[in-house]
Ligand binder design. Structure first.
Ligand SMILES: NC(=O)c1ccc[n+]([C@@H]2O[C@H](COP(=O)([O-])OP(=O)(O)OC[C@H]3O[C@@H](n4cnc5c(N)ncnc54)[C@H](O)[C@@H]3O)[C@@H](O)[C@H]2O)c1
Length: 437
């Protein structure tokens, strides 16, 4: 057994700030309030329902994760955030159309109290949104100061010592890291000259890091994953994770693709189509925002299947992802996957997946888990990139010299083994040979 890390106990309450309080954020907050009232179960949350096996299979030790690691109780969260629309969390939840009336009515008063702070918004990054609830600022430095002050005020008003931030804002236009993002000095200079290369998502992330607030990026937007901010998080010892919640189709992909590879079956092509009708879908109608999402979705197969190692199975895969905005569906997204595989002697077969999902129902428990795990990481003195949280993301962050792990089962093992390690328990490697010796 290794040595357990010293982890401060989670005293008092934990603040969860969300940049963007739309469908995902309100479904998360409403869900927590419903669970607190005993009106629903936190289905989909590893921190609330998941267990972790400790020691040998003969020991019969499988505590709940939340009983094994010192996590903040989900009932002790305090919510806040920013939005480019003025709706309080109840109005935003009604507009999002995810939860049913009975559920919304039961938590109406709790949600009504949560009003968004004014957003740092730049229409160059999100085009299809009539933002009316936005901050006036003269320079990017000023914008950062305003967000930092918002964080401090939120802590003061609620008497909080610890806060985490989760980016749940609309997907920004596609951007790749460029000169202004490469180093912290470049980034600071870009702030000084209010360079348009600095997006709102980066401003929230930078403000969070400067306030020592752990940060997770649930959107595909370029944010804390630029080298400058990753460097800043490392230097300040603030935990970060991202990006783009792995909820529906990509989650399925990272379940099925490892299965194909495990059996050494070939893949000729994978065609994925989606329809969705929520505001996220509307924003994604803009080709620049859509590109951010598509790039994020496309990366997983190549990393899982490793065509370099298995050219006879995975060379030249045709991988196509289409996302279409179709208003009648609202948040009830539908995805179709056609997977052309081949087996022994190259004989072709097909797999079809038709997933009738609910986007925010799948994403909400991830916001909860990320908030609790990032807070744990901070109390355990684990700063910088939290690769063990790859489980939650379509485009997991890693050090530049490492390739990301996309296989859901490797990600889960990584997560649980990290928990075992920080608690001084042995990692589980599943050889099982010792039982037979
Ligand atoms: N729901 C899912 O399954 C899922 C999965 C992966 C990623 N995501 C990502 O999560 C994010 C949120 O999704 P959603 O369905 O809640 O979308 P949404 O459109 O319902 O909510 C986004 C909110 O962000 C606000 N916003 C936009 N720019 C802002 C800014 N600069 N500052 C503050 N607020 C801003 C919008 O006004 C809106 O209320 C999106 O980027 C989406 O792509 C969602």
């Amino acid at each position: 057994m290794g040595e357990a890390r010293e982890i401060e106990a989670p005293k008092d309450r934990l603040g969860v700030l969300m940049s963007g309080m739309g469908a995902v954020a309100t479904t998360f907050m409403a869900g927590i309030e419903l669970v607190k009232k005993g009106l629903a179960e936190p289905v989909g949350s590893l921190t609330q329902i998941g267990t972790v096996r400790l020691g040998k299979r003969t020991e019969d030790r499988s505590p709940k994760i939340r009983d094994f690691v010192p996590l903040q109780s989900a009932g002790d969260l305090v919510f806040g955030g920013w939005d480019a629309l003025p709706d309080d969390a109840y109005e935003a939840a009604v507009a999002a159309g995810v939860l049913e009336k009975d559920h919304l009515n039961a938590v109406r008063n709790d949600l009504k109290e949560i009003r968004p702070m004014l957003a740092v918004f730049d229409p160059r990054y999100v085009h299809r949104l009539s933002a009316t609830h936005v901050r006036e600022y003269g320079s990017l430095r000023e914008a950062i100061e305003l967000v930092r002050e918002d964080i401090r005020a939120f802590k003061r008003d609620h008497g909080l010592e610890r806060v985490v931030m989760v980016n749940c804002a609309s997907t920004e236009a596609y951007a790749q890291p460029r000169e202004a993002h490469f180093t912290l000095e470049n980034f600071e200079r870009a702030l000084d000259r209010s360079d348009p290369a600095v997006s709102p998502a980066m401003i929230y992330a930078y403000a969070a890091l400067m306030e020592d607030v752990p940060y997770a990026n649930g959107a595909p937007s370029l944010a804390v994953d630029i080298p400058a901010l990753t460097q800043l998080a490392g230097a300040r010892g603030v935990p970060i994770a991202g990006k783009d919640f792995k909820t529906g189709q990509t989650w399925m992909k990272t379940v099925i693709a490892p299965g194909l590879k495990a059996r050494m079956l070939g893949l000729e092509g994978w065609f994925s189509a989606n329809i969705l009708g929520n505001r996220d879908g509307e924003v994604l109608e803009d080709p620049e925002s859509l590109k951010s999402k598509e790039v994020s979705k496309l990366s997983v197969l190549e990393h899982i299947l490793q065509p370099g190692l298995y050219p006879e199975l995975y060379d030249d895969i045709s991988h196509v992802v289409k996302i279409n905005y179709y208003p009648p569906r609202g948040d009830a997204k539908e995805g179709w996957d056609n997977i052309d595989i081949y087996g022994w002697l190259g004989y072709p077969m097909q797999i079809k997946v038709n997933f009738l999902a609910r986007d925010s129902i799948l994403a909400a428990p991830m916001v909860l888990d990320l908030a609790l795990f990032l807070d744990l990481a901070q109390r355990a003195n684990m700063g910088g990139i939290q690769e063990w949280l790859s489980f939650y993301f379509k485009s997991p962050m890693t050090l530049p010299e490492l390739y990301p792990e996309h296989d859901l089962f490797i990600q889960l093992m990584k997560l649980k083994n990290t928990l075992r390690t920080i608690m001084g328990e042995e990692v589980i490697h599943h050889t099982g040979l010792d039982y037979y010796e």
